[in-house]
Design a binder for this molecule. Structure first.
Ligand code: N01
Length: 532
C-alpha cells in the first residue's frame, strides 16, 4: 500500500531572515513549502524589535544576504548601522523581489509539531486550529525571539503603560512629558535609553549589571565607500568567512600583554574613535587571559569615568565583570545621557526590585513613580523559541523534556530522536557569537544540500546518531568553558532566565572551524547522521 503523501515537502517555522532564505532555497530545489509566521510581516527580530533607537550593531553592508549578487549590488543602505525600519524595509524588499510572500502564512503561530513515524512526516498544529503535514520541519525561530518577561510581583497591577522592547507597538510610543522607568541595560536598553531620555520628562534607569558600551559612530554611508565595498564584495565576504566571528575585524596582535601600555592604549584609542564591535578584536587573548582582558576593561572604565560628570554615577556605570563576558553593547550617547538633569540611575545590583506598584517601581522600600514602564529585559535566548513550541519526536519524546538540563543537538542542526527536523542556528552552533546573516546562510545552504543529497540517494529520513550528538555537545561545553564568558552570568549560558539550566548555548570554537566540521560531515556522506 502506498503511504499518504504529506501536504508539503517542508514546513518552515518563522519568516525572519532564516525562514525567508530557507524558503527561497527549498523552492529552488523544487520542493513545496509552507512557512508559518506569527508576525503580520517578514523580518523576524527586525519586525518585532521596534523600540526607540533600535538598529543593528554590525556594519550593515555585511549584515545582509550574500546569496544573490544582484541583491547585494542593488540595495542601498543609508547608514553605517541601519535602523530597524531600514532592516524591515530590506526584508520586505527581499520577500517581494523573490516572490516569497505567497508561500508564507502570516499571523499564524505554530503551537505544536509531532513526528508521525508510521507516516514518515511531521504534523504541525497552528494557532488557527489547522493541522498541516510535511516531510521536513525546519525551525527558523530565531535565537533572540522568545521574550523574557520578568516575574516582578505586582507587574500586572501597574496603572500606567508597560512595554517590552522586543514587542514594541507598531505606531511607536510618545514619551513627551512622561515619567519613564527602563529596566535593563543590555543592548536594547543601551540603544533606547538615550532616545527616551530626549523625550521624557523624567527617566529612571534600573541597572542590575553595568555593561561595556562602545560608541557606534553611526553616520550616513559615503558613496565612495559603498562603491568600493560593492566592487570588492566577493573578496570581502570571503575574508569575513575566514574570521572567528564571521565578521572581518582586524586583530592588532596575539596578546595585549606583548606590547607596551602606550602602544596598547593607542590601539584602543583608535578603535574607540572608529566605533563599533571592532574593539572586541583588538587582541586575540581577551577571552583567554584575565590580565589581557583587564587592560581593555580598564581602558573602557576610564572612558566612562571621563564622560560621566558625577563620579558616583560613573563608578556605577563602570562594569565589574570581564570585558566580552556578556555581549558587547554599541550605543550612541549612552554614557553622555547620564549627564542629563532628567535622567537618574538606580543601582539594583545588590537590592533587587522589590515589586511593581500601581504607581511605579519599588526598590528598597522607595517607590519611583512613573507613567510608563519599559522592560528591556531581553530574551530566553537560543532555546527559548524552540521550547515554547510543543515539539514531539520519536516515542512521544518532547524536545523541552530532552533539553531540561540544557540543549543537546548535533552541530546545532539536528536532534537525536527528532527525525527530519532541522534547526537554523540552533544551540551548539556559533550563531549569536557571529554575524547572524552569514551564519544563517551557512545553515540554510547546508540543510538544502542535505535534503538534495537525500533526494538523489532515495532517502526519506535523517536523524542524528545519539553518539555523534553526545560527543558534539561535550565538545561545545569543553570549548565554552575555556573562554572568559564562562565566568559571569549572561544569556549566553541561559543564566538570565530563572530556573534555566546553566549550559553554554552557542559554539565558541569560531565560525571557520565550525564550517569546516559541517562541510566534512556532508562530504563524508553525513557522518553522525543516520539516513534511511
Ligand atoms: O537583553 P539582555 P537585550 N531585574 O539580556 C536586565 C541582541 N541585540 O534585549 O545583565 C532586573 O542583554 C539584565 O540584567 P543582567 C544582542 O545580542 C542586538 O538588551 O541580567 N534586571 C540586562 O541588563 C543582545 O545581547 C542589538 O543583570 C533584569 C537586561 O535586563 C541581545 O540581543 C540590539 C531582570 C537584559 O539585557 C539581548 O539584548 C538589541 C530582572 N528581573 C539586542 N531581568 C543590536 O544589534 C533582566 N534584567 C544593536
Amino acid at each position: 500500500m502506498t503511504k499518504k503523501a504529506p501536504d508539503f515537502d517542508a514546513v518552515v517555522v518563522g519568516a525572519g531572515f532564516a525562514g525567508m532564505y530557507m524558503l527561497y532555497r527549498l523552492r529552488e530545489l523544487g520542493l513545496s513549502v509552507r512557512v508559518f509566521e506569527t508576525g503580520a510581516d517578514v523580518g523576524g527580530t527586525w519586525y518585532w524589535n521596534r523600540y526607540p533607537g533600535a538598529r543593528v550593531d554590525t556594519e550593515t553592508m555585511f549584515y545582509s544576504y550574500q546569496f544573490s549578487e544582484e541583491l547585494q549590488q542593488e540595495w542601498d543602505w543609508p547608514e553605517r548601522y541601519p535602523s530597524q525600519a531600514d532592516l524591515h524595509k530590506y526584508a520586505c524588499h527581499v520577500a517581494d523581489r523573490f516572490e516569497l510572500r505567497p508561500d508564507i502564512q502570516f499571523e499564524t503561530r505554530v503551537d505544536s509539531t509531532a513526528w508521525d513515524e508510521e507516516a514518515g512526516f511531521w504534523r504541525v498544529e497552528t494557532g488557527d486550529g489547522a493541522s498541516t503535514t510535511a516531510r521536513y520541519c525546519i525551525m527558523a525561530t530565531g535565537c533572540l525571539s522568545a521574550v523574557n518577561y520578568p516575574e516582578f510581583d505586582g507587574l500586572d497591577d501597574f496603572a500606567g503603560e508597560t512595554y517590552h522592547t522586543a514587542h514594541w507597538p507598531d505606531g511607536g510610543v510618545n514619551f513627551t512629558g512622561k515619567r519613564v522607568a527602563v529596566i535593563g541595560t543590555g543592548s536594547s536598553g543601551v540603544q533606547s535609553i538615550p532616545v527616551i531620555a530626549e523625550q521624557a520628562a523624567a527617566l529612571h534607569v534600573f541597572q542590575r549589571t553595568a555593561n561595556y558600551v562602545i560608541p557606534s559612530r553611526n553616520r550616513p554611508m559615503e558613496p565612495e565607500e559603498v562603491a568600493e565595498i560593492r566592487a570588492n564584495y566577493p573578496e570581502l565576504r570571503a575574508r569575513a568567512k575566514k574570521s572567528f566571528s564571521g565578521n572581518y575585524f582586524p586583530v592588532a596582535g596575539p596578546s595585549a600583554l606583548a606590547i607596551s601600555k602606550e602602544e596598547r592604549d593607542r590601539e584602543y584609542e583608535a578603535r574607540w574613535a572608529h566605533g563599533g564591535l571592532v574593539f572586541m578584536a583588538a587582541y586575540a587573548d581577551f577571552q583567554t587571559s584575565d590580565a589581557a582582558n583587564e587592560t581593555a576593561s580598564e581602558f573602557i572604565r576610564n572612558k566612562i569615568r571621563g564622560i560621566v560628570d558625577d563620579p558616583e554615577i560613573g563608578e556605577l556605570l563602570a562594569p565589574k565583570q570581564a570585558f566580552l563576558c556578556k555581549r558587547l553593547c554599541v550605543g550612541t550617547d549612552y554614557y553622555e545621557t547620564y549627564n542629563r538633569d532628567n535622567v537618574s540611575l538606580i543601582d539594583i545590583s545588590e537590592r533587587p526590585i522589590d515589586r511593581i506598584t500601581p504607581e511605579g517601581v519599588c526598590v528598597d522600600g522607595q517607590v519611583y513613580e512613573v507613567d510608563v514602564l519599559v522592560l528591556a529585559t531581553g530574551f530566553d535566548a537560543v532555546t527559548g523559541a524552540l521550547k515554547r513550541i510543543d515539539i514531539k519526536g520519536m516515542d512521544d519524546l518532547k524536545l523541552r523534556d530532552k533539553w531540561e538540563d540544557g540543549p543537546r543537538a548535533y552541530l546545532g542542526l539536528g536532534v537525536a530522536g527528532f527525525p527530519n527536523l532541522f534547526m537554523i542556528t540552533g544551540p551548539g552552533s556559533p550563531s549569536v557569537l557571529t554575524n547572524m546573516i552569514p551564519s544563517i546562510e551557512q545553515h540554510v545552504d547546508w540543510i538544502t544540500a542535505c535534503i538534495e543529497h537525500m533526494r538523489s540517494h532515495d532517502k526519506i529520513r535523517i536523524e542524528p546518531e545519539a553518539e555523534a550528538e553526545k560527543s558534539w555537545v561535550n565538545h561545545v561545553n569543553e570549548v565554552g568553558d575555556l573562554s572568559l564568558r564562562a565566568t559571569c552570568q549572561s544569556w549566553y549560558f541561559g543564566s538570565n532566565i530563572p530556573g534555566k539550566a546553566r549550559v553554554v548555548l552557542p559554539y565558541s570554537g569560531g565560525f571557520p572551524v565550525y564550517v569546516r566540521k559541517c562541510d566534512e560531515v556532508a562530504a563524508n556522506g553525513y557522518t553522525g547522521f543516520a539516513l534511511d
